[in-house]
Design a protein around this ligand. Sequence first.
Ligand code: ADP
Ligand code: MG
Length: 250
Amino acid sequence: MSKPVLQVKNLHKIYGKKNQNQYHALDHVSFTINEGEFVGIMGPSGAGKTTLLNVISTLDDASEGTIEIAGTNITSMKQNQLADFRSEQLGFIFQDFNLLENLTVYENIALPLSLQGVSSKKIKPNVEKVAQRLGIESILKKYPVTISGGQKQRVAAARALVHEPAMILADEPTGALDSKNAKSLMETIMDLNENHDVSIMLVTHDPLSASYCQRIMFIQDGKLYKEINRNSTREVFHQQILNVLAEFSG
Ligand SMILES: Nc1ncnc2c1ncn2[C@@H]1O[C@H](COP(=O)(O)OP(=O)(O)O)[C@@H](O)[C@H]1O
Ligand SMILES: [Mg+2]
């Protein structure tokens, strides 16, 4: 039996104060992601994808409902507990890499562990292991400004993984990459999922990137609209994704 890594129940998000114009960005959403799953979130612009990611990643708070990550209910946590929880249990990959320019690649990857106060002696083998996994051992001494976009995103992926979080949350990780680097990154992320049991939730509007997922949840107007699973080849799944997206524009 697979264990849930993320359980979202009746999640509701309202923007705007009472007596003002309120916007219901998430409308009582419920779903579960199990350990080791690779799930994509898609939907038209304004559907609530970023809101969903921000609320799950504890960057924004829910108006109603509960979120459990690795068995912990984060909706009842206090701010300082949340910050600790986030830095220990979650890994993030963003579209614009978010690397610190004045730190080397090694120091960027080490950051989640240094922030947790792990000793530099313990950090080293972890950084080396994850760098090897992502094929960036040779650039550890470089600064971000001297490496390519594709390499930057691998560094960001390594930083997201180094502290072995319960789950990785990725928001348009291929958005700033050309198609060759995007494909290569998605193959790497898929490998992390399939061969290293990393649980991943990926928000993307790119059907090709999404085709690497096992399951896609489509949202529209803050609600779950449809869910599809990859049962055959990635090429077939890509076409299925395009078909659902066509329903939105139609
Ligand atoms: N801080 C905010 N205040 C008010 N409305 C917001 C805010 N953030 C997002 N929204 C609205 O919530 C809806 C969902 O936004 P978002 O989650 O960014 O959608 P997506 O990422 O799917 O494009 C949109 O209609 C957007 O205008
Ligand atoms: Mg968005």
